[in-house]
Design a binder for this molecule. Structure first.
Ligand code: NCD
Length: 370
């Protein structure tokens, strides 16, 4: 059974196919209006959300399906101490597919490992958010006509911003992509993204602090919110929260066809005056998010008329490693799902043989074997 936990769970060819189906949904919505009749989507949201949950729900409704679920951990049995594995086994008796958001990194993966139905990661802690990435790719594809050969600036909280981690991972498989990573020192991109994705694949990137200096070369500017809920100290958050504010004046130095994206919600990082700029694409992005989630639900449920009855031919694009794991190391990431699920085995995969570095399979935290 297929799940979507990490952006690398699908090949580039499969993502291209989703983008094509997305295109067709926009052109012929009526063709898809009953394809999920009799099917149910469960939205299991242990963390706040407006867009993602409602986008999934309206996507399923526009396919003629039904929706069940909960929108906070307090209203689920998690508050009684139920494990993610037990919850998904129960939900599998009620629904045909589930979308899960969880504050702990790796929780949707644990669900997928125990699930009788396809599971979609709708955001796990500060780790990954693959359906926001599909949304971003769809937006770029629709507005730019391509997803390759571009200079992509990512600005703000690159440390905790899960959308950034997933987008870099996904875009690194397209040709001619260059990243400009714009953040204060404290909010730089995590090492696992640099080592496992950017360095390993020799993707050109620079790390800078000045948005103004980066602006003229960008084809895409991806703004992000400083992720207040992931900070250990409120004081540190307050110090960094307004580190970047995009204004019309700053945009004077940008390319005329640059696209401004933001996963939303916006706090202060884009002034409302920018909304009038034709380059502002963040509300269009929300629309494309619903469309691509429709394509994704059809793919995972294998329903027609989407052309998913044949898997596209893969041209050797790389996917996530699901090889052997070892269990004698301990994950010390306080945001990992293993911190709240005591019986979950701590599991690792080799990341670098020379330095004997392993990474937690759930949250990708590195640990060295002594
Ligand atoms: C993002 C998220 O939840 O990571 N929101 C979303 O899903 N569109 C971004 C954010 O919360 O800053």
């Amino acid at each position: 059974m297929r799940h979507l936990i990490d952006p690398m769970d699908f090949t580039v060819e499969e993502i291209d196919q989703l983008l094509e189906v997305g295109d067709d949904i926009i052109k012929n919505p009526q063709k898809y209006s009953q394809v999920c009749k009799g099917k149910k989507l469960a939205t299991l949201f242990y963390e706040p959300s407006t867009r993602t949950r409602l986008s999934f729900e309206s996507a399923m409704m526009e396919l003629g399906g039904d929706v069940i679920g909960f929108s906070s951990a307090d209203s689920s049995s998690a508050s009684k101490g139920e494990s993610v594995a037990d919850t998904i086994r129960v939900i599998g008796c009620f629904a045909d597919i589930a979308a899960m958001r969880h504050p702990k990194e790796g929780a949707p993966m644990v669900a997928a490992m125990n699930s009788p139905i396809p599971v979609i990661n709708a955001g796990d802690g500060g780790h990954q958010h693959p359906t926001q990435t599909l949304t971003d790719l769809m937006t770029i594809h629709q507005l730019k006509g391509r997803v390759d050969h571009m200079t992509v600036g990512l600005c703000g909280d690159l440390k905790f911003g899960r959308t950034v981690h997933s987008l870099i991972t996904a875009l690194s498989r397209y040709e001619g992509i260059r990243f400009v990573l714009i953040s204060p020192d404290e909010l730089k991109i995590p090492d696992y993204i640099k080592e496992e994705i950017l360095d390993k694949k020799q993707i050109p990137y620079t790390e800078v602090q000045s948005l103004d200096e980066a602006m003229p070369e960008l084809d895409i500017l991806y703004m992000t919110r400083v992720q207040r809920e992931r900070f250990a100290s409120e004081e540190e958050y307050l110090r960094l929260k307004d580190c970047y504010i995009l204004t019309p004046e700053k945009l004077e130095h940008a390319k005329a066809d640059m696209c401004i994206l933001h996963p939303l919600p916006r706090v202060n990082e884009i002034s409302v005056a920018v909304d009038k700029d034709p380059r502002a694409a963040y509300f269009k992005q929300v629309f494309f998010g619903k469309i691509i989630r429709m394509a994704l639900i059809m793919k995972l449920l294998k329903v027609t008329p989407a052309p998913f009855d044949h898997e596209p031919e893969n041209h050797g694009t790389e996917c996530r490693d699901t090889g052997d794991v070892i269990n004698h190391l301990h994950c010390d990431n306080p945001r990992c799902i293993t911190t709240i699920e005591q019986e979950l085995p701590h599991s690792f995969r080799m990341a670098d043989e020379k330095s004997k570095t392993y990474r937690c399979i759930y949250c990708e935290n590195p640990v060295q074997e002594k």
